[in-house]
Design a protein around this ligand. Structure first.
Ligand SMILES: NC(=O)c1ccc[n+]([C@@H]2O[C@H](COP(=O)([O-])OP(=O)(O)OC[C@H]3O[C@@H](n4cnc5c(N)ncnc54)[C@H](OP(=O)(O)O)[C@@H]3O)[C@@H](O)[C@H]2O)c1
Length: 484
């Protein structure tokens, strides 16, 4: 690990949910588990007037809720945690600059700064602009800007936000978060593919029959229906998380394990995806049903959802990647709320053997295919399914899994935010989304978002979406991911 240089970590949106639930515990984990104590100083910024002491109490409570207590926690909060209110306008950002410089001078910091925008997306532009106008986009040391998701609402707004950011910050300073990229299994996709000749040599149209990516949630909108009504599943899940998984699973080998090599290859594969055929997209919205034997209300039963809402809570689609590696291999994406289980899985199904020599066996070899299933949730790991001979006679072939489980192998794996926060401190942009990458992803889905009169089919909560999915998408056989 590279040493983290002393810096000031500034969170905008310090009074928010993300800050208390994720950022403060992850920052403290980095501090204690990754050994960057001396480097670590936190300044919370928000419009609320809560003072240093108020923010220290909030920080203490967030750490207590995450299981951290005791004198070390209190000492850190007392000596290294600060708060500044910026109610509105430019003068407040000049005050903020003065406060930052004062803290840096008091603690002997060299002027390295991280600005983390844990804000509602509507607040990103004005805070970025005011940082720039107050001369905070650069400083005596390095300055890094972390932008939470969602990054834009469609291609035009993503471009606008990129242009706005670039009028004050260089791309090398910008860290766009997609917390999926902080998960160990997502990072492991690169090791799995490019450190193992066994898989990489078979990872192409000659050997692979199809790729499936499923991100399923069993929860509904959980009090966020107001946000979800304006978002829907394409913006909430597909444009970001599923597309990140797709680009990692399908990209070419980068020249080196370096941020720009990897991100360049991801952009190339996104740009090779053909425009999505709207006839091969199925939208759904859940109605009342049951999950784990418990009755569950429908989406429109939520008081924050319009009676005639057409917001899709489910989508499945078929994509084609027009490059030498993947030509002709269908890619199936599927995501939804109120599905039977919470799970995130990628399944790569291999072609059948060219000839079946086991004539007359009960389960003919032609029925089974090798499948690599990579699971990101709930248990990070992967399995490979292959055929074995069942003991005894007559001859029978059975498909059996070979498992690898991250928890079993390594016991403790870091939380995604912990990984990403440490990377920001180290200045490693590999796991952050580059400007052209975010635009390539929006370019793919914006035609779907702009399509009028989409058909949104009902599906009962607790099912795998509308009945017509498999037929409409031309699925051969069944989804690999059904029950776990
Ligand atoms: N919460 C999560 O689990 C989660 C997960 C993934 C991504 N995110 C993303 O992370 C960001 C923050 O999420 P959150 O749930 O913490 O949001 P939030 O609670 O709605 O807002 C965070 C803070 O931003 C400040 N704020 C609100 N409106 C503002 C405005 N117009 N101008 C300036 N400040 C404003 C508020 O503090 P003051 O009123 O004190 O200024 C608020 O406490 C969002 O972009 C969200 O999409 C959140």
């Amino acid at each position: 690990m590279q040493p983290v240089e002393p810096h000031l970590f500034v969170i905008f949106g310090a009074t928010g949910d993300l800050t208390s639930r994720k950022l403060i515990p992850s920052i403290y984990r980095v501090l204690t588990e990754d050994g960057v104590v001396a480097a670590h100083n936190l300044l919370g910024v928000s419009r609320s007037e809560i003072s240093d002491d108020g923010f220290r109490r909030q920080t203490n409570e967030a750490l207590h809720n995450a299981g951290y207590d005791g004198s070390a926690v209190e000492d850190w909060c007392q000596r290294r945690v600060f708060y500044e209110a910026t109610p509105a306008g430019t003068t407040d950002f000049e005050n903020l600059r003065a406060r930052i410089e004062q803290i840096e001078s008091d603690l002997g910091l060299p002027g390295n700064r991280i600005f983390y925008l844990a804000l509602p997306p509507g607040a990103f532009p004005s805070v970025i602009e005011q940082l720039g106008q107050a001369g905070l986009a650069s400083g005596p040391g390095w300055t890094r800007l972390v932008v939470e998701k969602p990054f834009g609402h469609d291609l035009a707004t993503a471009r606008e936000l990129n242009t706005h950011i670039h009028s004050y910050f260089d791309e090398q300073q910008v860290y766009r978060i997609d917390h999926y990229l902080g998960k160990e299994t997502v990072q492991n996709l690169l090791a799995f593919r490019f450190a193992n000749l066994l898989f990489e040599s078979a990872w192409n149209r000659d050997r692979v029959e199809s790729i499936e990516i499923t991100v399923a949630e069993s929860l509904g909108t959980e009090g966020r229906a107001g946000y979800y009504e304006n978002s829907g599943v394409l913006r909430d899940m597909v444009q970001n998380h599923l597309t990140q998984l797709l680009s990692l699973i399908a990209m070419e080998a980068p020249n080196a394990f370096e941020a720009d090599d990897i991100r360049g290859e991801k952009v190339d594969v996104l740009e090779a995806i053909l425009p999505i055929d709207i006839d091969q997209v199925v939208y759904g919205q859940y109605v009342a049903g049951s999950i784990d034997g418990q009755p569950v209300p429908g989406y429109r039963d939520d008081p924050d959802v319009a009676d005639a809402s057409q917001t899709p809570t489910f989508v499945a689609m078929r994509l084609s990647i027009a490059n030498w590696r993947w030509e002709g291999v269908p890619v199936f994406l599927r995501s939804g709320k109120r599905l039977p289980h919470k799970t995130t899985q990628i399944a790569v199904t291999f072609r059948r053997p060219p000839v079946c020599i086991f004539h007359g066996v009960k389960d003919e070899c032609a029925l089974h295919q090798n499948v690599v299933v990579i699971t990101l949730q709930p248990n990070e790991g992967f399995e490979i399914r292959f055929d074995v001979k069942a003991p005894g006679s007559p001859l029978r072939l059975l498909s059996q899994p070979l498992h690898f489980d991250y928890d079993e192998a390594f016991q403790k794996i870091p939380d995604a935010y912990q990984t990403l926060i440490l990377d920001v401190m180290e200045g490693d942009q590999t796991l952050f989304v580059r400007s052209d990458e975010v635009e390539a992803s929006w370019a793919l889905y914006t035609p779907l978002l702009e399509a009028s009169d989409i058909e949104v089919l009902p599906y009962p909560a607790g099912s795998w979406g509308p009945d017509v999915v498999d037929e409409r998408l031309g699925l051969v056989g069944e989804w690999v991911m059904r029950d776990i």
